[in-house]
Design a protein. Structure first.
Length: 265
């Protein structure tokens, strides 16, 4: 009987610490781990890496890249958000005359760092005014946590920051409990494989930070093997994407059966 060709986990270069952990977990499962897209042509491929390379490779490699809707955070109940959030354009945000936190809806826009601005005049130029941005009230997260979610359940997670400084540690019971509350209320509006960030505010209450694509998220102190479960679902063959996840496909996720052999990651 002919041996079955193993699937590929394709990694962006240079490798991050999370990519190294996922590479080991994937190799242990029998995946081929690669850094050159040419070695993945014609094979069932999964992706972990940045959005710019992903957009270039999704079509040629037939990748189905899942990501939350740009307006997901605006639809989270206020009791779980603890601040006002609206989706608008960069032009409208530039007209702000009050203090606000402004960020892209996801990590897709690299030229606009998430930051607090005293008003909209401080926002950078050089980007199209129609660029979507999230504008929110300013809150103080004392601790922040990352959850990797599969089918509406946080399968692993980690603390990643304390008072804005990187400080990874295992997820605690309170964080798990709030994650369950958030997912009961919001999971139906998220991809089945996603990254969810939550945090504790200065007054001791909990709030949602954001949701993002799992295929470009650091795992910090989360269990790499469970993170890999979420990554494989979030960025795998587009023909394996379930109907309920198709509304969350990245626009670049269009299969191209005749991929150029010169493609590079």
């Amino acid at each position: 009987m002919e041996a079955r060709t193993p699937p590929v986990l394709l990694l962006c270069t240079p490798r991050t610490s999370t990519a190294e952990l996922l590479a080991r977990a994937a190799a242990w499962r029998g995946y081929d781990v690669a850094e050159r897209a040419a070695s993945a042509i014609g094979r069932r491929t999964h992706w972990y890496g940045g959005p710019l390379a992903a957009a270039r490779l999704a079509g040629p490699l037939g990748l189905g890249l899942l990501e939350p809707s740009d307006d997901w955070l605006t639809r989270v109940p206020h009791s779980l958000l603890r601040r006002s959030v609206r989706l608008t354009t960069l032009d409208e945000a530039r007209a702000l005359r009050e203090r606000a936190f402004v960020k892209p809806p996801s990590a897709k826009i690299d030229l606009l760092p998430a930051a607090v601005h005293e008003d909209g005049t401080a926002l950078p130029g050089g980007l199209d005014g129609s660029t979507p941005v999230l504008v929110s009230g300013v809150v103080d997260f004392t601790t922040e946590y990352r959850l990797f979610v599969l089918d509406g359940e946080a399968v692993t997670g980690s603390r990643y920051a304390v008072h804005g400084h990187l400080d990874p540690a295992p997820l605690d019971a309170d964080g798990r409990a709030f994650a369950r509350t958030v997912l009961r209320a919001t999971a139906a509006g998220l991809p089945s494989a996603v990254c969810l960030d939550i945090g504790r505010l200065a007054d001791g209450s909990w709030a949602v930070v954001e949701a993002n694509m799992a295929w470009f998220a650091h795992c910090y102190a989360a269990e790499p093997d469970r993170v890999l479960d979420v990554v494989l679902r979030s960025a795998g063959p587009v023909d394996a994407v379930a109907d309920r996840d198709r509304p969350y496909l990245n626009r670049a996720s269009v299969p191209a059966p005749h991929a150029p052999a010169s493609a590079r990651s």
